[in-house]
Design a protein around this ligand. Structure first.
Ligand code: 16G
Ligand code: MG
Length: 565
């Protein structure tokens, strides 16, 4: 999980204690830091989703991220967010990530500062803080404001107090939102830094903005009344349950939700939630599914969503992030056609996107598709290049981004155009409001999907039938050091170790409609293997053969991978 024990690579810096000491109470920092002591020899890395490890190892990281958030806030002259969560990880874990001014993931150069600060030995903290301030030209006299949110883990409350301790010791102001979904915190940060133009920075503001857009949209759907819409939601025993409960009555005229795994009994993420459903390709425990009923799962911090159903024969069907992206982008494309504006739309995926989805998007829908490395920040960044950028990971994290030009144009068209076009423009206006443009958001995505299904009169089966997924398999391989694997071409090709890509190429050739790649995980100490092929048997066997190649060529440890299907 980006966790090691050993000696940290010291991040050097000149001694500017005197200069900084006049703006930062470094003595107080040292004093407070001592009560958030770093376990000896622990080294952590700010990875794809911030720091993540066992909760008991994180107190010092939280305190220090409070410090760092203050510096980032001073530098950007904006509100910065700190979210305490470990998403879909087991309940005993926790994590923290910083949210940048427009609700985005922390900038890469600051990820390095975060790693440096988290690993500094007690006596070096002052120096690291000064070094970051110098390097990033932070005006230490600037005010700082930090907002904090946390998930429902037992450890989260205390850890968020440590963040607050860090913020206050450096003289920052803060607002503690308490329990929030991750995307809600991103939303709050975005609202606060755009003087309320994006929305009101309260949960009430969030509920109202989304629900209003949702009801405006579904009001247009022809089937209502007797076709009253309902949905079963597995909340992973997490924060999503609390927030959906709070929000439910704002949109209940358009959709009734039935909550499962709402945290009253089960354990967070245990045998439930979006990650479980996607990776095991089976329904969560604790959900009563009748055939052909539309169901969905959130993950532990409600930034991912997948849909699924049982058909009449009792077969389970997963409708994942790729199908969500397809549904959303075809709907948006149709709206644009009706409006008659030539705005460019692009879909962003990762190597995990099912080959059928990419083919369908490119060949049937004629939408350009781009592939980036795994991790939301890469997809989000790419999606910003388009007038309308839809991005989704197959695991269900994603959203749509609309450029300011589009927003302004659509607002204008919604007033001006002839009837039919105006209706489409108004619809798009509401769709824009319904998406959380700061981050992938299970609640917002759920409402977007429900609105589209209602408007198009589609059942979940019809949606699922857009294309047939290629059978696929994901496996993990344990190696001594996963950093021996490096990749290129958005993780689709292995560059090192030598011979690995050639071996994969040879294996892939043995199967039809096949594809495979390997990459070191950014969140777990394993190498991930992905394979797809014309049948489940072939996908399984290709994945197994690739695992063996990784084990042999990349320093596998423990037992050799066994064919387990
Ligand atoms: C993190 C990422 C997620 C990615 C996953 C991959 C964010 C907010 N989350 O959860 O997007 O799919 O890591 O995990 O960026 P892996 O590197 O272990 O496969
Ligand atoms: Mg998550």
């Amino acid at each position: 999980w980006g966790m090691r024990w050993g000696q940290s690579d010291f991040c050097p810096g000149a001694d500017n204690t005197h200069w900084a000491g006049s703006y930062m109470d470094l003595g107080a920092v040292t004093k407070h830091s001592a009560s958030h002591a770093k376990p000896n020899g622990l080294i952590l890395q700010y990875g794809t989703a911030g720091f993540r490890t066992k909760a008991e190892h994180l107190d010092h990281v939280m305190f220090r991220m409070g410090l760092l958030a203050v510096l980032r806030s001073k530098q950007t002259k904006s509100t910065i967010g700190v979210m305490v969560t470990a998403s879909h990880n087991p309940e005993e874990d926790n994590g923290v990530k910083l949210v940048d001014p427009l609700g985005e993931m922390l900038a890469p150069s600051w990820e390095e500062h975060a790693t440096c600060l988290a690993n500094a030995e007690e006596q070096d903290i002052q120096r690291v803080l000064i070094d970051i301030s110098k390097k990033e030209a932070v005006n230490l006299q600037q005010d700082a404001f930090v907002v904090i949110g946390r998930d429902t883990r037992p450890s989260s409350e205390k850890l968020s107090q440590s963040v607050i301790d860090g913020v206050t010791v450096l003289g920052g102001q803060f607002h503690d939102y308490g329990l929030l979904t991750t995307p809600q915190l991103h939303y709050m940060v975005y609202c606060r830094n755009t003087s309320g133009r994006y929305g009101k920075a309260t949960t009430e503001g969030y509920y109202q903005k989304l629900s209003k857009a949702f009801l405006e949209l579904t009001k247009q759907a022809s089937c209502s009344g007797d076709e009253y819409r309902s949905l079963k939601v597995d909340c992973a025993n997490g924060i999503g349950a609390l927030k959906l409960r709070e929000m439910e009555h704002y949109f209940s005229q358009g959709l009734s939700v039935q909550l499962f795994n709402d945290g009253t009994k089960g354990k967070l993420n245990h045998l439930c939630g979006a990650d479980f459903v996607k990776s095991h390709q089976k329904p969560p425990q604790g959900m009563e599914m009748k055939s052909n009923e539309r169901c969905c799962s959130f993950d532990g911090d409600a930034d991912r969503i997948v849909y699924y159903y049982h058909d009449a024969d009792g077969h389970f069907h997963l409708v994942d992030g790729d199908k969500i992206a397809t549904l959303i982008s075809s709907f948006l494309k149709e709206l644009l056609l009706e409006i008659g504006e030539s705005l460019n739309i692009g879909v962003v995926q990762t190597a995990y996107a099912n080959g059928s989805s990419t083919r369908y998007l490119e060949e049937v829908m004629k939408v350009p598709v781009y592939c980036t490395k795994t991790g939301v920040k890469h997809l989000h960044h790419k999606a910003q290049e388009f007038d309308i950028g839809v991005y989704f990971e197959a695991n269900g994290h994603g959203t749509a981004l609309f450029s300011t030009t589009v927003e302004m144009k659509i607002k204008q068209l919604a007033e001006e155009l002839e009837d039919k076009k105006r209706k489409a423009a108004k619809m798009l206006e509401n769709v824009i409001d319904l998406f959380n443009q700061a981050a992938g958001d299970a609640i917002s995505d759920m409402l977007v999907i429900e609105a589209i299904l209602a408007l198009k009169g589609l059942t979940v089966q019809q949606w699922d039938a857009l294309y047939a997924d290629l059978p696929n398999r994901q496996l993990k391989v344990k190696v001594a050091d996963r950093r021996v694997i490096s990749t290129t071409d958005a993780e689709r090709q292995a560059v090192t170790p030598p011979g690995l890509q050639e071996a994969i190429n040879d294996l892939v050739k043995k199967y039809k409609l096949s594809r495979a790649f390997v990459r070191p995980s950014g969140t777990e100490d394993v190498v991930r293997v992905y394979a797809e092929a014309d049948s489940q048997e072939n996908a399984d066997s290709l994945a197994h053969e690739v695992s063996l190649a990784v084990f042999q060529l990349a320093g596998g440890i423990g037992e050799r991978p066994q064919p387990c299907f």
